[in-house]
Design a protein around this ligand. Structure first.
Ligand SMILES: [Fe+2]
Ligand SMILES: [Fe+2]
Length: 401
């Protein structure tokens, strides 16, 4: 029996009957074959093919979906189908163990990116060796725990916004690359690409970049030049490879061709550029900007779900949701017990049962002793996502948990 499945669900032991897409897009010369090597599995997941036909009479089926434990644990209807299954990579260490290191790394990263951008602004050679060393450390941090550095990077102020946005996009690209099964050497290229994708902004006047309120059409046209100007800065640097150049030039392209600068669409965009568009928009939405407050991480995912058909590659977006979670770290939630909590870490077991930090009882209307609770082990499901503004809590001071 033949079955069409997402390439994200492919696993060893399956019999691939047919790859969907143009043969020229993938590295396999055979039409049908048994998937029995890690090398082929990796090649299949990263070649840009989105769906395959498998033959169930000759090989394994997809792994069964985890069965929901109760109605309250069902994800909201608006979320993508793929987000309902959970194959998130296990964290190597707990969030609270990585946070002190992530804190130090973030401070160092901010200084390094500021230095690299400042030198570029002055027209000096790109200090890319500094960036290479930093990307190594970001990659290691994300490998130990994929959300610690991201939690830190959400705490941006206006002055350090561009630097911490670069660090966040770098960490997101690495985390998403791991989710997609990208090999470790390429992860570093993704990290470098994320770190330098907006370097062209050093050529845009501060009066425009820091303007309060919306830009005029003319000002927006000037901002739009940053991707090509960034490419110009990076093009002759020995530490920036094709992935870095491509991501810099095309991180504002859109799936439907409505982006810039080249109006590329669909699969004419590289996988890496498609990854960058998702990571870039997520970090932009979860950050304050001159004309609106930051979306909560959960609201950003909801917003991006609405934007998905126009803006993003569906497979890449679904992998991204698996990376950051349906309830990303930093989301304020109310549990069925009436306790308020902030999502602290993702659970290896399910996207629906993250680790949270409870801190307030809505029944008693008073704070409670803060404690980490793993919802995959405690029967107190998330009842709703709450607006921090409504409760007047400053979650920014609570993210470092
Ligand atoms: Fe940009
Ligand atoms: Fe950006």
């Amino acid at each position: 029996m033949l079955k069409k499945i997402s390439v994200l669900d492919v696993r060893l032991g399956m019999f691939i009957n047919e790859l969907c897409g143009n043969w020229i897009d993938h590295p396999f010369w055979k039409k049908s074959f048994e998937l029995d090597s890690e090398k082929d599995l990796h090649a299949l997941k990263t070649c840009g093919i989105k769906e395959v036909w498998i033959d169930l009479s000759k090989g394994l089926d997809v792994e069964p979906e985890p069965s929901p434990e109760s109605d309250e644990k069902k994800p909201p209807d608006t979320l993508p189908e793929a987000a309902k299954s959970d194959k998130k990579q296990e964290q190597q260490i707990a969030l609270h163990q990585e946070m002190p290191r992530a804190q130090k790394l973030q401070a160092k990263a901010k200084r390094t990116v500021a230095f690299v951008f400042r030198e570029a602004r002055m027209g000096n050679a790109l200090q890319s060796a500094e960036a290479v060393e930093l990307v190594d450390e970001i990659t290691q941090s994300v490998s130990r725990n994929s959300v610690a550095l991201l939690n830190m990077s959400r705490l941006k102020s206006k002055d350090d916004h561009i630097y911490l946005h670069s660090v966040a996009v770098s960490a997101l690209m690495i985390a998403l690359g791991r989710q997609l099964g990208v090999e470790s050497g390429t992860l570093k290229s993704l990290g470098m690409a994320g770190l330098l994708h907006d370097v062209g902004k050093v050529m845009i006047p501060d009066t425009i970049l820091n303007k309060r309120g919306k830009l005029t059409p003319d000002e927006f046209e000037i901002v739009k030049t940053h991707s090509r100007r960034g490419w110009d800065i990076l093009k002759s640097d020995p530490n920036v490879d094709e992935i870095g150049l491509d991501v810099c030039l095309h991180h504002h392209e859109r799936w439907d061709g409505s982006g810039y600068p080249d109006k590329l669409s669909g699969e004419t965009l590289s996988l890496y550029a498609r990854m960058a568009t998702v990571c870039d928009v997520y970090d932009a939405l979860t950050s304050d900007c001159s004309y609106r407050k930051a979306f909560s991480p959960a609201d950003a995912i909801r917003k991006m779900t609405e934007m998905q058909a126009v803006h993003f590659d569906k497979v890449v977006f679904h992998a991204f949701v698996k990376t950051v979670g349906i309830y990303p770290s930093g989301t304020l939630v109310k549990l069925k017990s009436g306790r308020l909590a902030v999502v602290a870490d993702q659970s290896a077991k399910s996207l629906l049962t993250p680790v949270v930090k409870v801190f307030f009882s809505t029944k008693a209307n008073e704070p409670i002793f803060p404690a980490l609770v793993d919802l995959s082990k405690v029967p107190d499901p998330i009842a709703s996502v709450e607006d921090p503004a409504k409760w007047k809590f400053d979650l920014k001071t609570m993210v470092g948990i």
